[in-house]
Design a protein. Structure first.
Length: 261
C-alpha cells in the first residue's frame, strides 16, 4: 500500500499542541518544507525536540506557532543568533527545557527502550542539572554512585527529510544521519519528506528507515533549503541572511506561497 501523500495532507495530520522531533542538524537536512506548511496551516502550541536547531525552530517561533523546545542548541552557527526564538523565550512565550545534545539523545533512547528515564555520563562540573531540572541524579543500585538521568521524551511525530524514499515509506539518508534514526524509533508516528520518491523495486542502496515505521511519505524537492541536503545542495548563505534580516517578512512570504506537493 502506498503511503505517499501531499505535503498538505501530511501536515494536516499534526494536531495543535503536538510534540514534534525534527530531524537534521542546525542548517543541514532539516525538514524546512514541512515546517513552512505547518505555518501555512496555522498550527499552534507546538513543542519541538531538537539537538541542534536553526531555521526550522526559529521559523516556528517567528510565526508564533512554538510553545516549547527540548533542545541543546538553537542558533544559526556562523550566521548568528536565532533571533525570533530568543525573543520568544525572553518574552515568556516559549518555554525552554534546556538540555545538552547528549541528554536529548538519551531521553529519546529511553522511549525506544520503553523505560521512564535513561542514565548518562558527562555532567560532572556542569551547573545545567541544577539550573534546569531536566537532568537529575539517582543512586546507582550496583555501584552506589550518583548517576545522572533524564526523563524519556516520546514525540507524537518525528519528521525527517531524506535524500530518497519509496512509496512504502522506506527511506535513505546520504551522509550524516545525525539523530534522525533515533528520533524515528522513539516516535509514536513518523513522517518522511524526500528529495526523490522512487518505486520500491528500484532500490540500489539499503534504506536505513524501514517503511513499517512511517505514516506518510512526501516528495519535497529542495525540502531543506535554504539549508543544505548533501550532496545535492549546500547552504544558501544569501537565503539564510535574507531570513535573518527580515524574519517577519519571510514568514509572510511562506504564508502566501503556493505549494504543489
Amino acid at each position: 500500500m502506498s503511503k505517499q501523500t501531499s505535503l498538505k495532507t501530511a501536515v494536516a495530520a499534526v494536531e495543535d499542541g503536538a510534540l514534534l522531533a525534527l530531524g537534521g542538524n542546525a542548517l543541514h537536512r532539516s525538514p524546512v518544507a514541512f515546517v513552512k506548511e505547518l505555518i501555512r496551516q496555522e498550527k499552534k502550541n507546538l513543542s519541538v525536540i531538537k539537538t541542534a536547531g536553526a531555521l526550522d525552530v526559529d521559523l516556528l517561533a517567528a510565526a508564533q506557532s512554538l510553545k516549547a523546545v527540548y533542545g541543546g542548541y538553537i542558533g544559526f552557527e556562523m550566521f548568528g543568533l536565532a533571533q525570533s526564538y530568543r525573543k520568544g523565550v525572553q518574552k515568556g512565550d516559549i518555554t525552554v527545557y534546556e538540555h545538552a545534545c547528549a541528554s536529548v539523545i538519551a531521553a529519546l533512547r529511553a522511549s525506544i527502550y520503553g523505560v521512564p528515564f535513561q542514565p548518562l555520563n558527562g555532567f560532572q562540573g556542569s551547573e545545567l542539572p541544577e539550573l534546569t531540572g531536566e537532568v537529575r541524579y539517582v543512586t546507582c543500585p550496583f555501584t552506589g554512585e550518583k548517576t545522572a538521568v533524564v526523563s524519556a521524551l516520546r514525540p507524537d511525530y518525528t519528521v525527517i527529510h531524506t535524500n530518497i524514499a519509496d512509496e512504502k515509506g522506506n527511506a535513505f539518508i546520504e551522509g550524516a544521519v545525525f539523530e534522525d534514526l533515533i528520533m524515528v524509533r522513539a516516535a509514536k508516528k513518523v513522517i518522511v519528506t524526500a528529495e526523490q520518491v522512487i518505486d520500491s523495486e528500484s532500490w540500489t542502496v539499503r534504506p536505513q528507515v524501514p517503511g513499517f515505521l512511517v505514516e506518510h511519505v512526501v516528495l519535497a524537492e529542495n525540502g531543506a533549503a535554504p539549508g543544505s541536503c548533501a550532496p545535492l545542495y549546500s547552504i544558501d548563505k544569501a537565503g539564510v541572511v535574507a531570513y535573518l534580516q527580515n524574519c517577519e517578512g519571510f514568514v509572510e512570504k511562506v504564508k502566501e506561497a503556493e505549494i504543489h506537493v
